[in-house]
Design a protein around this ligand. Structure first.
Ligand code: ATP
Ligand code: MG
Length: 628
């Protein structure tokens, strides 16, 4: 690990030299005069005085060498369609989109809200905004009117880009009525709504406000919209965190720092080079979709696959089929998607030629040891767990094969990524913890390029939310527990708000989940702390079985429950043993695939589960209600 350690050391100790060098990866219209301005902590301004543009670097810069090579590969198993856009075709679409925005009066600094499913127009309009210096706010297409209205009110967009419908499991899901309801709830609606009509659902149009994308596009198809060169720390976009804690925050990002950080990460973290094909299955509405469906691969001259569909339809081999067809070099997905695949025929994993694929990256939630190992062995490919947040924009902890290959350790996202001065901090003393001591994962500021600049419109909340957790120091708190072992491998031990207190013992629910998941019959699980008169709190476990038919065998349920309890007792001690292990077919998750523990707790305690607008499948909660 010597090389990777040294690389990291340089990035934090010799910060200016390190980032000045990395900044040469992108085109600067005007060179920066200062690498970092940190005169007003914790606010960091990167590449001060430099002027650049994300769209220019993602599209125009590659036209000389890659005009006819694939840039955006769109695959939809929802509407059975595939379109490959070359860099030149992408440029044409982005210019048309930029011309549409300009025609509608959008100027530098104006906000544009994008409420679209996984269709190419989402990328066109993001890049078009970047081109003219407008600030995009992409809202996940699965959100309904309440979430949407909150985000419209927060950003006050001049224009909204939307559509008649998305599609899920082959069935259209209307967007337009939700958008209309949302706008009706808002104090300041947009001046215009541009609608991509996919012909999936009928739309009611508001005359004067609602416009047809195809008509506007035809009018502007040969437009050449000049790039607006932006000061490096101008805002590029706003993106809300997933809301797992029930409290989404509007993360604001810059231009120059983001371009540099993402471009560098494509090589160092993702082992990519210009011409490679990158496939992230995330939705564009999430941070992974921003950084690694749209910006990262394109900035580094790579092609990106944008996928509309689920990992199991038409069958559970679809991800591998896309990799085979488009000769994908790296896949980025989420543990939740892989756990779903675990419930299907393992033969599907080896049906396709995956010789182009170097590595698989998973992020967004803990990757349990067994799932990581299972996938890696089944495919014969390295599986890289990477840990980060919407706030940071790119990985904080990850293997970095582009720097040095290090031995993997399942259950650990391995080591800090260059640029992030990561610490484990004791919450009560504010001191750094030694090896093997659990504390809060924290980042010593300044945050590196590409990380959030502030919370949109609320500098004070930025400081309060992230930098005031530890006594006596202005350090960024991730609000996740972690520890570093003797070999320097890092472990994430759950969210600080997921800790439960059983008879005076503080236990992380995530550690108990890990134990439940080691039982070979279990596909995934959720453990929560439920109020208990005697002990304060008590653990309660919900498990999804790989093969639910086990429950129908005589004594099957009792046997499994006893076995799982025994594993927990052995690994976490008797205090951690849940009162009950309940079996369900699915867990309630947010639309980004994270378990909604707070909703489960509420049901267990007989309370109202509260705001459920981010839930993926309300049926999963009904099932928990019924097993309780
Ligand atoms: P909110 O902050 O609005 O409650 P959120 O934290 O779920 O939502 P994200 O920024 O999408 O929003 O998620 C980041 C969080 O996801 C991390 O803080 C961590 O808890 C979890 N996470 C991400 N990647 C990993 C990983 N590889 N291992 C463990 N946990 C992870
Ligand atoms: Mg968070």
């Amino acid at each position: 690990m010597q090389k990777i350690r040294e690389f990291h050391r340089q990035s934090v100790q010799d910060r200016d030299a390190f980032w000045a060098r990395e900044a040469q990866r992108i085109h600067w219209e005007t060179p920066f005069t200062q690498v970092l301005d940190y005169s007003n902590p914790p606010f960091a301004r990167w590449f001060v005085g430099g002027r650049t543009n994300l769209c220019y670097n993602a599209v125009d810069r590659w036209l000389d060498t890659q005009a006819d090579q694939p840039a955006l590969i769109w695959v939809s198993t929802e509407v059975e369609q595939e379109i490959v856009y070359t860099r030149a075709e992408l440029s044409r679409e982005v210019n048309a989109a930029a011309a549409i925005l300009q025609q509608l009066g959008v100027e530098q600094g104006d906000r544009v809200l994008i409420y679209l499913p996984m269709i190419p127009q989402a990328a066109f309009f993001m890049l078009a905004c970047a081109r003219i210096g407008a600030i995009h706010s992409v809202v996940f297409g699965g959100f309904a009117s309440h979430n949407l209205a909150q985000r419209i009110d927060d950003a006050e967009p001049r224009v909204i880009i939307s559509t008649d419908a998305g599609s899920r499991g082959g069935r259209p899901i209307a967007y337009k009525p939700l958008l209309d309801q949302a706008i009706a709830q808002c104090a300041h609606g947009p001046e215009h709504v541009v609608l991509v009509n996919r012909g999936l659902a009928a739309m009611d149009l508001t005359a004067g406000r609602d416009l047809d994308y195809a008509t506007l596009r035809a009018r502007h198809l040969d437009a050449q919209v000049p790039v607006v060169w932006l000061e490096s720390s101008s805002p590029s976009y706003i993106l809300y965190t997933s809301g797992t804690t029930g409290n989404p925050k509007g993360v604001q990002r810059d231009v120059g720092g983001y371009a540099v950080a993402l471009c560098a990460s494509m090589e160092y973290v993702f082992g990519g080079k210009p011409g490679d094909v990158y496939f992230s299955s995330s939705d564009v509405g999430w941070v992974v979709g921003h950084s690694y469906v749209v910006y990262g691969p394109l900035l580094n001259g790579q092609a990106t696959v944008m996928y509309e569909g689920t990992p199991v339809r038409p069958d559970a081999a679809i991800l591998w089929r896309i990799i085979e067809t488009h000769r994908v070099n790296a896949l980025f997905s989420a543990p939740t998607a892989i756990r779903v695949l675990k419930k299907h025929d393992p033969a599907l994993l080896t049906r396709h030629d995956l010789s182009s694929l170097d590595r698989i990256y998973l992020a967004g939630e803990p990757l349990d040891e067994l799932t990581g190992q299972w996938l890696s062995e089944a495919l014969g490919k390295p599986v890289i767990d990477n840990y980060w947040q919407t706030e940071t924009g790119w990985p904080i902890l990850s293997a970095q094969p582009g720097v040095e290959e290090i031995p993997p350790r399942f259950g650990s996202p391995t080591v800090p990524v260059y640029g992030f001065d990561v610490r484990v901090v004791d919450e009560s003393t504010g001191q750094d913890c030694g090896p093997n001591r659990k504390g809060v994962v924290a980042i010593e500021p300044p945050l590196p390029p590409g990380a959030m600049s502030t919370i949109w419109g609320n500098d004070e909340r930025f400081v309060q939310t992230y930098f005031r957790s530890f006594p006596g120091r202005l350090t960024y708190s991730t609000s996740d527990w972690g520890l570093v072992d003797d070999d320097g491998y890092w472990f994430i031990l759950g969210r600080t708000d997921d800790v439960i207190n059983v008879a005076g013992h503080r236990l992380g629910t995530r550690e108990i989940e890990e134990s439940v998941n080691t039982h070979p019959a279990v596909a995934e699980s959720a453990v929560v702390g439920v109020a208990d008169q005697l002990k304060g709190q008590e653990a309660m476990a919900f498990a999804v079985l790989r093969n639910p038919a086990l429950l129908d065998e005589a004594g099957g349920r009792d046997r499994l429950e006893a076995e799982i309890k025994r594993v927990i007792e052995q690994r976490n001690g008797a205090v951690a043993r849940p009162a009950r292990i309940m079996f369900v077919n699915s867990l309630p998750k947010t639309r980004s695939g994270k378990v909604l523990r707070r909703a489960i707790v509420a049901l267990c305690e007989g309370r109202d589960p509260g705001d459920l607008t981010t839930i993926e499948d309300p049926g999963a909660l009904d099932q928990i209600r019924s097993v309780l």
